[in-house]
Write a protein that binds this ligand. Structure first.
Ligand SMILES: [Zn+2]
Ligand SMILES: [Zn+2]
Ligand SMILES: [Zn+2]
Ligand SMILES: [Zn+2]
Length: 472
């Protein structure tokens, strides 16, 4: 079989994954088994095998917790590991001891696996944290002096930047090391998504059509965030300054998620960074040329962030007040404005007391407008098969379909216009289903997809019914 990807080596960045042929949207690019799996940071006791939160009654013979006596992932907890962990009295230790399990499992890998693992980058020279607590734990408390400090700290350094985290159904996250998936680079507009499917396997799919020779990319962090937060998170977590096409574009490829509005009277210009890859770059108005320092722009964003954090996420009245006030200073697609719009979108028609039937036409219209603006940004930043787009389209359909039904029932919409409106709903829901097609049963996205399938059926039937009554 011809795999759709190849691994290539590039100077500075190291190994990357390239499409070996044209790839269709939604195609599986690779599916692989995790080489090692273990706990991340935890704030509660978890099963030492699968990471689920535990009831604190079932224990292994090493006295560490298990979710149940025959945990399906018991194989992760080897005999060696059981003996080593039995040296730590879990009841007298903090939760930090869980952090040592994953590097310990790496150290106990078969030699050829460990050698492969050690080829990955750890950015050791750039990091301040040398993981002394983990080195101490493994060497001294667990008596593994045969592993030197440098090796342990290198293992943890590699894990820190190369593992994939996923949530466990009940409990905290666990992290896994995937030999191929870990090679995929970051892009602030990625072309692939990864998903944990069958136990122990992670599937990588294309979000969109990928041309032969293009790099396969993921989003490590900060999808819809503005440039300051997003780029600093990548720098501190993965030790690089992102130079992707979105980061080097002053208007973020048209998404405008980091743009402000000019503060000069009657100007109405848009204020964007002049040299986007430089974090200290000044911002300049595209109309009057007025300039502001990056510190000044960051301060404005910090103030708005603090104001937003003071609002309860379901207090739609307060959020709307803040939105109206901020819209004079920030671009309608600025990421903080988009957060407020999203909070309103998911309050109106969803929160108790704010069901569609109790909303005025005006509020429903506003929800539709905000959904469309949010989608316009997502179409650029998170294109193709995306959960975010699917959920937004579902909200857009909800307000739109409710409003046209209300207008039709109160004789404010002709049958012809009603059918035309329903056809728009049909498109929204079909696209939502397309975006949500790869979610696992039990997730909230999966539930929305199921609801969307039912809604699509209803809409199609209603269109047929009314179309047959409209004289040609
Ligand atoms: Zn378990
Ligand atoms: Zn044990
Ligand atoms: Zn970027
Ligand atoms: Zn201006």
């Amino acid at each position: 079989m011809c795999y759709p990807y190849i691994v290539e080596s590039r100077p500075i960045v190291g190994r990357i994954i390239i499409a070996a042929r044209d790839i269709e949207p939604g195609e599986v690019i690779f599916k692989e088994k995790e080489m090692v799996v273990g706990p991340c940071k935890t704030k509660c006791h978890i099963c030492v095998c699968c990471g689920r939160k535990v009831e604190e009654s079932v224990r292994c013979k090493c006295q560490w917790f298990l979710c149940q006596q025959d945990c399906p992932e018991f194989f992760r907890h080897s005999e060696d590991e059981c003996n080593i962990l039995s040296q730590t009295n879990l009841d007298e230790s903090g939760f930090d001891v869980y952090r040592g399990i994953m590097p310990l499992r790496v150290l106990y890998l078969p030699k050829h696996h460990l050698d492969y693992f050690l080829q990955f980058m750890d950015h050791g020279s750039e990091r301040e944290d040398k993981f002394e607590d983990i080195t101490n734990l493994i060497r001294n408390r667990w008596k593994q002096e045969k592993y030197c400090e440098e090796l342990i700290s290198r293992v943890e350094g590699i894990l820190d930047v190369n593992t994939v985290e996923h949530r466990v159904p009940v409990g905290e996250s666990i992290r896994g090391f995937l030999p191929i998936t870990s090679l995929a680079s970051h892009s602030c507009i990625s072309n692939s998504i990864k998903d944990k499917t069958d136990e122990g396997y992670v599937t990588t799919r294309s979000k969109m059509a990928i041309k032969k020779g293009e790099e396969i990319t993921f989003h490590y962090s900060g999808g819809l965030k503005g440039r300051f937060i997003r780029r600093k998170a990548l720098r501190s977590g993965w030790f690089f300054w992102c130079g992707c096409s979105r980061c080097e574009s002053p208007n973020e490829l048209g998404a405008e998620t980091s743009s402000l509005l000019c503060s000069s009277e009657d100007c109405n210009g848009i204020v964007r960074p002049v040299k986007p890859l430089n974090m200290d770059s000044v911002y300049r108005c595209d109309r009057c040329g007025m300039e502001e320092t990056s510190d000044c722009i960051q301060a404005k964003e910090d103030i708005l962030t603090a104001q937003l954090e003071n609002c309860y996420s379901n207090d739609s009245v307060k959020i709307e007040e803040l939105l109206v006030k901020s819209e004079t200073k920030f671009h309608p697609n600025h990421f903080l404005i988009l957060i407020m719009k999203w909070l309103l979108i998911t309050s109106w028609g969803r929160s108790k007391g704010l069901e569609n039937s109790s909303l005025s036409d005006e509020v429903l219209q506003k929800k539709i407008k905000y959904c469309r603006e949010y989608l316009a940004a997502l179409n650029i930043l998170d294109p193709g098969i995306s959960h975010n787009r699917g959920l937004t389209l579902w909200e857009l359909h909800s307000a739109h379909t409710f409003l046209i039904n209300r207008k039709f029932q109160t004789d404010r919409l002709s049958p012809v216009d009603f059918v035309a409106g329903l056809k728009e709903s049909e498109k929204m829901v079909s696209e939502a289903i397309y975006c949500l097609q790869f979610n696992q049963e039990g997730t909230s996205e999966y539930q929305v997809e199921e609801m969307a399938k039912k809604a699509l059926n209803n809409i199609t039937q209603t269109i047929q019914f009314f179309s047959s009554m409209i004289p040609k």
